[in-house]
Design a binder for this molecule. Sequence first.
Ligand SMILES: Nc1ncnc2c1ncn2[C@@H]1O[C@H](COP(=O)(O)OP(=O)(O)OP(=O)(O)O)[C@@H](O)[C@H]1O
Ligand SMILES: [Mg+2]
Length: 256
Amino acid sequence: MTSAYASPPAAAPAPPVPAVRAEGVTKAYGSGDATVHALRGVDVAFAAGEFTAIMGPSGSGKSTLLHCLAGLDTVGGGRVVLGDTDLGALNDRRLTLLRRERLGFVFQAFNLLPTLTAEQNILLPLELAGRRVDRDWFDRIVDVVGLRDRLRHRPAELSGGQQQRVACARALVARPEVIFADEPTGNLDSASGAEVLAFLRASVREMGRTIVMVTHDPVAAAYADRVVFLRDGAVVGELADPTAAAVLDRLAALEG
Ligand SMILES: Nc1ncnc2c1ncn2[C@@H]1O[C@H](COP(=O)(O)OP(=O)(O)OP(=O)(O)O)[C@@H](O)[C@H]1O
Ligand SMILES: [Mg+2]
């Protein structure tokens, strides 16, 4: 005999908290007639363990959005939430600590310290935070970036691609919740760029990292899981599992 009481339907699992999200974010530069509305109310969320590319025409607000998401710039309105921390609620000192402890950065200019070796550059974030080096994690990163035989070299003795891979390793070493990259391959030839992108891809797939990357390059964007398109300071669309050709089509439509 069947029970008169059907078991209750399983509750839908709560959606996972995004690694970082923007809610109604606005940002203007200047004042009066000269005001530039760089962001006009951006709502976008980035899931943990996902690699997202942000694309759009020049001046569409990509770097501004990245800087706001990373707590490098303040928002005019709306809010940015990292995990469950509202960045707007933090004073400068706590924001600096949050960036150091919870975020990683890779920018177009590699920003390596010239007098330090590759290994010392990679370990710098831990040094600054006074944190212990997890040698197993360090070894794993060094193997993924393929820099084992370059650890004692200084930046001037490395190629552009190798320097950028050092910068990527440095961004990963403290196991940040989110890595922000603005045109990380902008200064690289296409072979070095491909090395860096393959590394970012691997760090998401094999090490569970979360990456938000601004790029102009449809080939670079195709390494991501998702592309978010900006135009005139607003999100105007997105694309899952992008191919370079699909990204190019969307961009052409945006710019046309
Ligand atoms: N510090 C600033 N002062 C004044 N205007 C700014 C400042 N930073 C950005 N802007 C303006 O805000 C708008 C968005 O700039 P942003 O740098 O975010 O664009 P972007 O999409 O990254 O462009 P690009 O692809 O050229 O890097 C642009 O019109 C830009 O001129
Ligand atoms: Mg930019």
